[in-house]
Design a protein around this ligand. Structure first.
Ligand code: XMP
Length: 595
């Protein structure tokens, strides 16, 4: 069978490229650069993105002479730079960074774009760029910041994209990949046929003669994992635990139990562990530390429950881990850690090594999990629920143990306001930090809040431009939020994971979700509590509605401004709620959650 080889240089999207190629009907396999050997079955090669700099001494190398390659090679992001560099081009760093939505002008007459419209929207995530081409290559796309956004060689063997055609937000990305495949093979015989039966068989094989214990977070993934396991080994062999961490949303654990009962799921134990979680997290501020404690507690609780059961040695732990959890936790050999998802903490890694874990969904993306859930007969309203992270609201409270700003933002704020001037906008940088992903690396920088000057009408086109421009140009800022009103510098306050704060966040979240749950385009909407208070001494929040398909890339939802204003007024009726900011950051450079 013919296949496309994808060389993994540690990009966040390597696995996604592989999925897209299979979706287009060609089998694909991922190889580490040092393991790759060319063979007759390979009809094309794709170099993935990655966090490295091509010019650095210890950059990843490949162990075959690409000039002798008989099959077409496409480089994406880091892969595009590596390809250019090996063949005699030059790579520069530092200036001209681009993250998220970017407009490119393409050459519609070239092979790879083949009669597409000249203006294309693509998703970028890079700091470095190709500054000069190898001989006998031509530029096939340019953006405002970089001349060489795509290239191809005159002989049609080499192609490069600085952007990511594999993410759904690159509007014609699939068509571009399809055009590349046309250069590689005329055969499209790979059928990504429904994986349901395959997955059931695999669980059955692993679980034979064993009992399964499943951590049921309440989200879609663990629910689908449970249904899959029931189909494989029957209710009687599974014992599920739902831990109410105290970080669930309003009434969530109670409602979940009702749904599980209706679905006929048996042997489910709900454990009230709020006190335990709040005790262990008392005074903890750092996002990674919070995540590690939360993940470890899940394992401790599962172990306690196991100890109460008979035949302890015959149990295996099932987790609803999906692919983005693995890649973001830095689990691919060459990828950077963006955040440690709760199901990838050290204790779990040990169990994985000991062969005690089953993760039937770990190769799938959210949209595939939903498809599988539907095929397994779960009702649409449960399968289509917004994703909710395992650590729950705990990663939506931005904790702080300081009341004084560490940094002086004067210079950066001046630059920010110079950039905003031509749009009739102003802004400030907030004295807090949030996680982002830029050029396949984790970032942990400041959000800036921007607003329109009086008499200026808010406008989404402007906000989109401003968001990209500011983050591409200000090193200290990795996230932009929008305020409907002018903001005085908010005061930094101490904030920890405490019951009263969580109760308030739950109320704000419940009101805002009720107002938006009919908007289908919103894929997920974290509400974030900030360690900031406004002039009236009230707490500030962020609303982060995103549109996505698989959580690997995301755009912010463009809400009607009048609707937003009403919604904010409604939530501000709560006694302690101050300013509500609206997150206008794509992924990348932001992540969906703030921590
Ligand atoms: P980010 O914030 O990385 O999130 O863009 C991508 C998706 O993953 C969810 N998420 C998690 N889910 N455990 C989970 O089960 C975690 O630790 C975790 N962290 C983020 C997030 O809500 C989004 O849907």
């Amino acid at each position: 069978m013919e296949k496309i080889a994808i060389i993994d240089f540690g990009g966040q999207y390597t696995h996604l490229i592989s999925r897209r190629i299979r979706n287009l009907g060609v089998y694909s396999e991922i190889y580490y650069p040092e393991d790759f050997q060319i063979s007759n079955e390979i009809c094309g090669i794709i170099f993935s993105g990655g966090p490295q700099n091509v010019n650095s001494k210890d950059t990843f190398k490949i162990n075959f002479d690409i000039t002798k390659s008989k099959v077409p090679i496409l480089g994406i992001c880091y892969g595009h730079q590596l390809l250019a560099s090996i063949l005699g081009g030059k790579i520069k760093s530092g200036e001209n960074t681009e993250y998220g939505a970017t407009a490119v002008q393409i050459d519609a007459d070239c092979r790879i774009f083949n009669k597409m419209k000249n203006d294309q929207q693509v998703w970028m995530s890079h700091g470095d760029y190709v500054s000069s081409l190898p001989k006998n290559f031509k530029i096939t796309a340019s953006s405002e910041s970089i001349k060489i956004a795509a290239f191809e060689s005159d002989d049609g063997r080499f192609y490069g994209f600085q952007f990511h055609p594999e993410v759904t937000h690159s509007t014609n990305g699939m068509q571009m990949l399809d055009n590349f495949l046309k250069k590689c093979t005329a055969i499209r015989d790979w059928d990504s046929k429904h994986f349901k039966d395959d997955l059931i068989a695999k669980v059955r094989e692993k679980a034979v003669g064993k009992k399964l214990i499943l951590l049921l977070s309440g989200g879609v993934d663990s629910m689908v994992a449970l249904k899959l396991c029931i189909s494989a080994v029957g209710n009687e062999n599974i014992f599920s635990i739902h831990v109410d961490t105290g970080f669930m949303r309003k009434n969530e654990s109670r409602e979940l139990k009702k749904h599980f009962d209706n679905l006929g799921f048996q042997n489910i134990k709900i454990i009230d562990a709020e006190k335990l979680y709040l005790n262990e997290l008392e005074g903890v501020v750092k996002p990674e530390k919070k995540r590690l404690i939360i993940g470890k507690l899940f394992v401790d609780i599962a172990n306690d429950e196991l100890a109460k059961l008979d035949a302890k040695e015959d149990w295996m732990l099932v987790q609803g881990t999906i692919y983005p959890d693995t890649i973001e936790s830095g689990n691919s050999k060459k990828s950077a850690k963006i955040k440690t998802h709760h199901n990838r903490v050290e204790e779990i890694e040990k169990l994985i090594k000991a062969g005690k874990i089953i993760e039937p969904l770990k190769e799938l993306y959210k949209d595939e999990v939903r498809e599988l859930g539907t095929e397994l007969g779960l009702p649409k309203f449960l399968v289509q629920r917004h994703p909710f992270p395992g650590p729950g609201l705990a990663i939506r409270v931005i904790c702080s143990d300081k009341i004084k700003r560490d940094d002086d933002f004067e210079k950066e704020e001046k630059k920010l306001n110079e950039m905003l001037l031509k749009y009739g906008m102003c802004g400030i940088i907030l004295p807090i930090k949030s996680v982002g992903v830029q050029g396949d690396f984790r970032t942990y920088h400041h959000p800036a809040v921007v607003w329109f000057e009086e008499k200026k009408t808010p406008n989404w086109q402007v906000l989109k431009k401003v968001s990209t421009k500011i983050i591409n140009n200000l090193k200290t800022v990795n996230r932009l939020v929008f305020s409907q009103n002018k903001i005085e510098k908010p005061k930094l306050t101490k904030l920890f994971l405490e019951k009263s704060n969580l109760m308030e966040l739950r109320e704000v979240d419940a009101i805002l979700r009720k107002k938006t749950n009919i908007i289908e385009a919103i894929w997920q909407m974290p509400i974030v509590q900030l360690p900031l208070i406004n002039d009236d001494g009230k707490r500030d929040y962020v609303i982060r509605p995103v549109c996505s398909q698989d959580a690997m890339s995301a755009n912010f939802y463009e809400m009607d401004f009048f609707y937003l204003k009403n919604m904010i007024s409604e939530v501000q009726k709560l006694p302690n709620v101050g300013d509500i900011f609206y997150d206008i950051t794509t992924k990348p450079p932001g992540t969906i959650e703030w921590e």
